[in-house]
Design a protein around this ligand. Structure first.
Ligand code: P1T
Length: 381
């Protein structure tokens, strides 16, 4: 069935003949009674191990991502941590894109390094750099596409094939695209990870994460560690993500339509020297983005002239775009990566990547496009 039908129905069939609920209830029970000690009567034991609301969400997420399996977590970082602790051991090596969400780099550098895991960062816009960086201990190639915040695109098909030949899995953090815009598994990746806090949840009212994959053996290991590590979402959080996901396809179309308008406006404005958005003709990887993504999405970053002072003035004068971290909700947000989402990166590294104080990131919401442009015009005037 089509994406919209799966978004509305998958994992959430009406509960007949029992109650007829057309929406899966929020199953709050922390534990589940059984008749015999050695066998759970309903198949359920304890809510960290499994919960019916979470099962419904996991079925929905697997269906949307075109995966056999999905696992839900209490945050995007919890999903990443559980995945990495499941596939790595001391001495192993990761090849990762240079430009990643700051929290992912922090996990690699400040947490995993202590356990003897090393990471080589490369520019995944050039698959040859991945080929050069892989070695016998490389277990994971970690991509974001588009990247946060510079909107670089990785050729998922080519890089997955390089990783496979090297005996490594390819993980794509698909948060910026959402499952509606891009299907990494169909392009050859082993695993897709998401911060469901963003587009999948879609309403900035829940923090969550997910891992989707079709490899059943790896799924078994991950399921074991979902329970062993315990970073599971609450039943209420699962309900919110399930509810949000029903309109994902509609929202992504509007996010993309509005972002295209905003990107074109910023590009034509004399106060911006560069605009990074895969829907613009000026994006050097527009054709690759088009071949992997249904639409260019709702995220834009842009380089403002006049440095930090100009950025601060602009950010404080916006009215519809709230100054806040995060992205992917129905409301428009704006932020300065250097002082907010990517503040945890060492300054030298940030500057070398091109994340200076002049860079502004927009998460374009689903409001009326005319109002968003009017807000930008007024803040810039
Ligand atoms: O915040 P959390 O749900 O734990 O997700 C972490 C995460 C993972 N991957 C990507 C690409 C992300 O952007 C994030 C979170 N990002 C922000 C909060 C942000 O404003 O960029």
């Amino acid at each position: 069935m089509g994406f919209g039908t799966r978004a509305v129905h998958s994992g959430e069939e009406p509960d007949l003949p029992a109650s007829g609920d057309v929406v899966v209830p929020i199953h709050l029970s922390a534990t589940f009674a059984r008749r015999l000690a050695d066998k759970p009567t309903s198949g359920l034991e304890y809510s960290r191990t499994g919960n019916p609301t979470r099962t419904a969400l996991e079925r929905r997420l697997a269906s949307l991502e075109g995966a056999k399996h999905a696992l839900a977590f209490s945050s995007g970082m919890a999903a990443e941590t559980t995945l990495l602790l499941s596939v790595l051991k001391s001495g192993d090596h990761i090849v990762a894109e240079n430009d990643l969400y700051g929290g992912t780099v922090r996990l690699f550098e400040r947490t995993l390094k202590k356990f003897g895991v090393t990471v080589s960062y490369v520019d995944t816009r050039k698959p040859s750099e991945v080929r050069r960086a892989v070695r016998s201990k490389t277990k994971v190639v970690w991509l974001e596409s588009p990247t946060n915040p510079l909107m670089h695109i990785a050729d998922i098909r080519k890089i997955s094939s390089i990783a496979r030949q090297a005996g490594a899995i390819t993980v794509v953090d698909n948060t910026f695209s959402s499952p509606f815009l891009q299907s990494p598994l169909a392009l050859g990746a082993t695993v897709a990870v998401h911060s469901t806090t963003k587009y999948i949840g879609g309403h900035s009212d829940v923090v969550g994460g997910a891992v989707m994959l079709s490899d059943s053996e790896l799924h078994g290991t991950l399921k074991f560690n979902q329970n062993a590590l315990g970073a599971v979402p609450s039943p209420f959080d699962c309900f919110l993500v399930l509810r949000g996901s029903k309109t994902l396809h509609l929202r992504m179309e509007r996010h993309s339509e509005n972002a295209q308008r905003v990107a074109e406006f910023l590009e034509s404005h004399p106060r911006f020297s560069a605009v990074h958005y895969p829907g613009l003709r000026s994006h050097p990887q527009r054709a690759l983005a088009k071949s992997q993504m249904r639409l260019p999405g709702g995220m834009i970053s842009a380089e403002m002239k006049g440095g930090s002072q100009a950025v601060r003035r602009f950010l404080s004068r916006l009215r519809l775009f709230s100054l806040a971290e995060s992205l992917g909700g129905v409301e428009s947000l704006v932020e300065q990566p250097a002082t907010m989402t990517h503040e945890s990166l060492p300054r030298q590294r940030r500057l070398a990547l091109g994340i200076g104080e002049g860079l502004v990131r927009f998460s374009v919401g689903i409001e009326d496009g005319d109002d968003l442009i009017a807000d930008l015009k007024s803040a810039l005037s």
